[in-house]
Each structure stands twice: as structure tokens, then as C-alpha cells.
Design a binder for this molecule. Structure first.
Ligand SMILES: Cc1cc2nc3c(=O)[nH]c(=O)nc-3n(C[C@H](O)[C@H](O)[C@H](O)COP(=O)(O)OP(=O)(O)OC[C@H]3O[C@@H](n4cnc5c(N)ncnc54)[C@H](O)[C@@H]3O)c2cc1C
Length: 492
């Protein structure tokens, strides 16, 4: 381990990308006693965590909430001192659009399918033959297992369909998991997108039987509502990540915005980065580098130095998505029965541009204003080209038409905000985890002390990014400390 004097003399660690992952990684490196410089191409920190001011109100236009079912989320909230100020989502129905119209999302259904059949039965989301097929899961569970060892993977939609029938995949998993990833459940990886199902997939154990055994043993399902947000928006999280870590000294973080990193090369004391800043090109030395950028950007930076790693990362495409927030007059909204819920999910089979809507003023107490009903709509899926062809006005009109079709709501908005997210949602396609592991191995062999972290590699969502940032920051720190002059042969 290096002494404080040695660390002060060493170049800083550089984190490329000041999104949620990059900020947390910078915090972890600083906590380990390193000086850290964070570079981001944008003019603000946060990346896909972006609280905008809409109609005078802070409203999230990117990530909108996180979930306490993940232990690392609760731990980070405590570390940042944000538990007192957090707001829990109100309990309430979320609608699911089905061929039979709106149905309440059954209890016990997660992104990867049902854990209990009774609520699915009661919700009437499924047809009778669909329900009968779903009930056969314990009988068919042992068929078509995924090999435990090795790199075999399958589509999460195909796994669920093989267990519960195609209707469960189409009516429940597609609008939940598919919508969350803005992707196609017939192509998204089981290992990368639903890792909790992998043990059952490899062992052939029945998911329904396991759930019944848990209930018999007296295990209660966790609290139904554990989505959390903050009144000032999710910017609370990104602000708190950097609080108290300012200045350029051991254990401190310096953030430089509007610095797009264009090159990364090995150098005798570690690495050299080139960035384009507001005043022209900037060069920086780094003891180690953590790339907290989307896979396509990491591939661009690594292509000249580690083409094998770049080729692996380049195989994670991304979907463009958009968020539209409407401020509506509350009285006419409240007269529409379907609007007495927390939101709506629409399966891709419906062909609508609208994939989900959150009725913000119902879901969050802090967004229940007397004069405005806040509503958020999400659009964009990997296989859908329509978003790019619509300008903002056409997009808003289109989404409002979709919402009217599903809920009957036809109210003119007083406030409209549109935020587009080009190539933002990584598509963790079948084989993703093995491809990323191989690319990481090639990177570690060629450039010790350089790592990639974030949603493109370790999973979409803030909870996955917490794990990714923490693990990779530790790896980068370990590799960076061991640097000698990199072997030029190994970077080919
Ligand atoms: C609309 C939307 C809604 C979402 N809702 C939720 C939700 O409710 N809950 C949830 O948990 N997750 C949600 N997510 C997903 C979650 O926000 C992301 O998985 C997470 O924020 C990704 O963080 P990241 O730091 O890995 O990447 P990013 O946030 O994409 O950050 C990458 C950063 O790298 C910078 N960058 C890129 N290239 C360069 C370069 N060459 N040089 C310098 N900087 C560069 C970018 O400017 C950016 O700031 C949502 C995502 C979107 C788009």
C-alpha cells in the first residue's frame, strides 16, 4: 500500500463520466485516500439523473426513483444522510394495459414474472388457458435447464415463457422488464437482466413451489411500497455523493465539466488522457482510469489501445428514449376514473409509442400540488424507430393520443417538458455478461488500473450502478497502485 506522501506525489485517478456511477466511483476512490479528477462532456453532473425545473417545480426528467428492496440502496442512502428527507411512494394501483383493457398490476409480480398465482388469477390479466398454462410451472420446471457452469444464456422472455407460458411473458414480463430496459424480452439476457432467476434456471427448481414454501414458512413478502425519491428530486443523491469531497488533494474530488475525453494512452507513470475542454485540448496524467461512460463511448476510447476489449464493449447497443412531463389542471384529471392510480404500463405488443406513465401527483405526496396535476410519460424502445422521426410537438401529441386511448384522459396541459435521451438505455442482450467479462479480462491484461463501470456493463438502474461503481473503483485502485511502464506488446 502506498504512503500518503507517495500518493500526494502521484498523478490523480481520473474518472471519465460524472453520471451516478462516475460520481460514486469518485467518492469511493477519494474515500480510499486518492486524489480524483472527474471529467464529463456535459455541462452538469448526474448523466441520466437529471432533475429539471418544470413549471417552477423540481421534477425528474431522467431516473425518477430508486427502490429499497436492494440493500445497497438503503446503505448508500444512510451513508449520504438522506434517509430523513426521502419520500416513499404512496401505495396505489398501477395499471397494466391488456387485451381486456386496463387491469391492476397483480401483487407479487416483479419484472421477471409472478411469484404467486392467486393475485394474477384475481387481477384477470390473463385468459383462462393462459392461467392454466402458468399453473403448470412446477410440472415443467425441470425441462430445458440452463447449464450452471459456462457461459450459456437465454432470453429472459423465453425463460419465463418456458416456465409460465407465452402469455405471462407477453402480458407481464414485457411491460415490466421490457419497459424498464426499453428493450425486447425475447432478446434481453436472463443472466444480465434477471440474475435472481438464474439459480432456478440452472437447477430446474420451481419458482411457484419455492414461493409457496416461503409462505408456509411464514416469510412475509417485503413491504409493497418501497420506491423512494426526494422532494428536491434525485439530484439530492448526486449532490450528496460529492458533498465534502471538494479540492484537489489526497481524498478529494475535482469535477471538470464540458471536458469530453477523446484519447487514453499508457504512459510511464500510468496513463495520459486527452480531453476537449471549453478552452481547447487538455492533457492529464492519471495513476488509474475508471471509464463510467456508455459502452459505445468506452469502445471508442479503447479501440486504438485495446481493440479486443473495444470490440467486446461495442456489442452492447443502446435504445433512445424520451420523457415528457405534463402539468395538467387537476379537476378534470380527477374526474377520469382511470387516473385514480399511480401509473400505467403498456406492453410492446400494443404497438403504442407510450410505454409507461407515472401519475406523479398521485404517486408522490410532494408532487401533489393544489393547482397542477403532474404526469410523466415515457417513450422509446430499442426496436422502435418512430421516436427519432417526431419533433417535440409531434411527440407530445402522439403520447397524449396514446394516453387518451388507454385511460380516456383528454385534458390540455398547461405545462409541457420534453427530455430526449439518445442512445441511453443499454441493451443487455443474450450473452451480455460473458461478453463483458471477456472484454474486461482483455482490458485488465493490457491496461492494469483501467476499468469500466455503469449501466452498460453491470445492469440498468441505480441499484446496479452502486454495485458496479464500488467494485470497479476498488479494482482500479488496486491496478493503478501496481503500475509499472505498461508493456506495449500487451496493448495490441
Ligand atoms: C429516462 C430514464 C429513466 C430512468 N429511470 C430510472 C429509475 O426510475 N430508476 C433507476 O434506478 N434507474 C432509472 N434509469 C436508469 C439509470 O438512470 C441509469 O442506469 C444510470 O443513471 C446510469 O448511470 P451511469 O453513470 O452509468 O451512466 P450515465 O448517467 O449515462 O453517465 C455517463 C456520463 O458520461 C458522460 N460521458 C460520455 N462520454 C464521455 C466522454 N467521452 N468524456 C467525458 N464524459 C463522457 C456523459 O455526459 C454522462 O454524464 C432511467 C434512465 C433513463 C434514461
Amino acid at each position: 500500500m502506498s504512503s500518503p506522501a507517495h500518493r500526494a506525489a502521484s498523478p490523480p485517478y481520473v474518472v471519465v463520466g460524472a453520471g451516478f456511477t462516475g460520481l460514486l466511483a469518485a467518492r469511493r476512490l477519494a474515500q480510499a485516500g486518492h486524489a480524483v479528477v472527474v471529467l464529463d462532456a456535459a455541462d452538469r453532473v448526474g448523466g441520466q439523473v437529471h432533475t429539471g425545473i418544470v413549471g417552477g417545480r423540481p421534477i425528474d426528467l431522467g431516473s425518477e426513483a430508486t427502490h429499497l428492496m436492494y440493500p445497497q440502496v438503503g446503505a448508500l442512502i444512510d451513508e449520504l444522510g438522506l434517509r430523513e428527507s426521502m419520500v416513499l411512494a404512496r401505495p396505489g394501483t398501477s395499471w397494466l394495459w391488456t387485451p381486456r383493457g386496463l387491469r391492476p398490476l397483480p401483487e407479487g409480480v416483479g419484472p421477471a414474472g409472478p411469484t404467486r398465482l392467486r393475485p394474477v388469477l384475481r387481477s384477470r390479466v390473463m385468459s383462462l388457458p393462459g392461467l392454466v398454462r402458468a399453473g403448470l410451472e412446477p410440472v415443467v420446471a425441470g425441462r430445458g435447464r440452463l447449464p450452471a457452469a459456462g457461459e450459456d444464456d437465454m432470453a429472459v422472455g423465453d425463460f419465463v415463457a418456458s416456465r409460465f407460458g407465452r402469455q405471462v411473458a407477453d402480458r407481464l414480463v414485457d411491460p415490466l422488464l421490457g419497459s424498464l430496459h426499453s428493450g425486447d424480452v425475447r432478446r434481453l439476457s436472463l443472466r444480465a437482466c434477471a440474475p435472481s432467476l438464474v439459480p432456478a434456471a440452472t437447477s430446474g427448481a420451481s419458482l411457484l413451489r419455492a414461493s409457496r414454501a416461503r409462505s408456509r414458512a411464514g416469510a412475509r413478502p417485503g413491504p409493497a411500497v418501497s420506491f423512494v425519491a426526494w422532494p428536491q428530486g434525485l439530484v439530492a443523491l448526486t449532490d450528496a455523493l460529492l458533498a465534502g469531497l471538494g479540492g484537489l488533494a489526497p481524498g478529494a474530488v475535482e469535477v471538470r465539466l464540458q471536458h469530453r475525453v477523446t484519447a487514453l494512452t499508457p504512459s510511464p507513470d500510468g496513463y495520459r488522457l486527452t480531453a476537449t475542454g471549453p478552452e481547447g485540448p487538455v492533457h492529464l496524467s492519471a495513476a488509474g482510469v475508471l471509464l463510467a461512460v456508455p459502452a459505445a463511448r468506452a469502445a471508442e476510447l479503447l479501440r486504438p489501445v485495446v481493440p479486443a476489449a473495444a470490440a467486446g464493449f461495442a456489442q452492447t447497443p443502446a435504445a433512445s428514449v424520451a420523457t415528457v412531463v405534463l402539468g395538467l389542471p387537476p379537476a378534470p384529471v380527477r374526474r377520469v376514473p382511470a387516473m385514480r392510480a399511480n401509473g400505467l404500463l403498456v406492453p410492446s405488443t400494443e404497438g403504442s409509442l407510450l410505454k409507461a406513465s407515472t401519475f406523479l401527483s398521485n404517486k408522490w405526496a410532494h408532487l401533489e400540488d393544489t393547482g397542477v396535476f403532474w404526469l410523466r410519460m415515457s417513450a422509446g424502445r430499442y426496436f422502435d424507430e418512430r421516436l427519432a422521426a417526431l419533433d417535440d410537438d409531434a411527440l407530445v401529441d402522439h403520447l397524449r393520443r396514446d394516453l387518451r386511448r388507454f385511460t380516456g384522459l383528454d385534458v390540455h396541459p398547461d405545462v409541457v417538458a420534453v427530455r430526449r435521451w439518445p442512445s441511453a438505455m443499454p441493451q443487455l442482450l443474450v450473452g451480455h455478461s460473458a461478453r463483458v467479462a471477456a472484454a474486461r479480462a482483455a482490458l485488465a491484461a493490457a491496461l492494469p488500473g483501467v476499468g469500466v463501470a455503469g449501466a452498460s456493463y453491470d445492469g440498468v438502474g441505480l441499484a446496479s450502478c452502486i454495485t458496479s461503481a464500488t467494485l470497479i473503483a476498488a479494482e482500479v485502485a488496486a491496478g493503478g497502485g501496481r503500475l509499472g511502464a505498461p508493456d506495449p506488446e500487451r496493448t495490441r
